[in-house]
Design a protein around this ligand. Structure first.
Ligand SMILES: Nc1ncnc2c1ncn2[C@@H]1O[C@H](COP(=O)(O)OP(=O)(O)OP(=O)(O)O)[C@@H](O)[C@H]1O
Length: 266
């Protein structure tokens, strides 16, 4: 049998390995109002390591969600190549998890069966699904609420159920689009703290989009700022792990770094 290089459309070019994501010379064009192509991403190159937590920031419309759409396989680049977990986005789909600003829990399922959803898609048996869903609900302190419907949960609780659902199938890469943006300030701090605790236990690769520069520095290993369709900043975050997400924002080093990033954003 002839070996076929993973991620290589023609099967001849050997794929480069050991990256969580790899965007090479990626261009994305969308038609403008008059139907002419408008370039949204210009020859973007991003490679991230397995286990790396990368945050995408930038002004509204700079292309952050477009990058997530490329990674999830919803969108194909106009030119260039996109690899996820050393293969095509489509082939990597079952090893990816997603979380968005609105929890998107299914209203006809209780918290428990919402968490089981990704496990069902993977074909995990009923008993193991139940065990894993309960384990995850326990980790977000919602085991007592396992049999409640989404409408019986607060926004913060729903977002924690969504967190449990994203984590339950043990994804290798998680794509997150402003997952805490709809939460009030206090709930945001507590959900974010739980999220960091769970992430630090298993450390899947993450690509996280936010408008909040403090959040980017608080969570990320690396912050990539997009501007005008190009990479404006690619910053290695200098804070160690585990992080004190409640205390770190008040340190001098953090405040200075956040101010620098704000200046770049302007
Ligand atoms: N399907 C599409 N058709 C045409 N234009 C699109 C499409 N999707 C996105 N765009 C355009 O591409 C640009 C980038 O959009 P994108 O959603 O990636 O930005 P963003 O940085 O995520 O913005 P925000 O922070 O406001 O969510 C925008 O100008 C948007 O209008």
């Amino acid at each position: 049998m002839t070996a076929r290089a993973v991620g290589s459309p023609d099967g001849r070019t050997p794929a480069k390995s050991n990256a969580a994501i790899r965007l090479e010379n990626v261009v994305v064009e969308f038609p403008d109002a008059s139907g002419r192509p408008r370039r949204v991403l210009q020859e973007i190159n991003i490679t991230t390591e397995p286990g790396e937590f990368v945050v995408l920031v930038g002004r509204s419309g700079c292309g952050k969600t477009t990058v997530l759409n490329l990674l999830s396989g919803l969108l194909r680049p106009t030119s260039g190549t996109v690899q996820v977990l050393d293969t095509t986005p489509r082939a990597a789909r079952k090893r990816m998890g997603y979380m968005f600003a609105r929890d998107a829990l299914m209203p006809w399922r209780k918290a428990r069966t919402n968490v089981e959803l990704g496990l069902e898609v993977k074909g995990v048996g009923a008993a193991e699904r139940r065990r894993r869903a309960e384990e995850m609900l326990d980790r977000v302190h919602l085991l007592d609420s396992a049999d409640l419907w989404p409408w019986q949960l607060s926004q913060g609780m729903r977002q924690r159920v969504a967190l449990a659902r994203t984590w339950a199938p043990d994804p290798s890469l998680i794509l997150m689009d402003e997952p805490f943006a709809a939460l009030d300030a206090q709930t945001k701090v507590s959900v974010r703290t739980e999220f960091m605790r769970i992430w630090e236990e298993s450390r899947p690769s993450v690509v996280f989009v936010t408008h909040d520069l403090a959040e980017a520095l608080l969570l990320g290993d690396r912050v990539i700022m997009l501007s005008g369709g190009s990479i404006e900043v690619d910053l290695k975050v200098p804070f160690g792990r585990p992080r004190h997400v409640e205390e770190l924002p008040y340190t001098k080093e953090f405040v200075e770094l956040e101010r620098d990033l704000w200046q770049r954003l302007k």
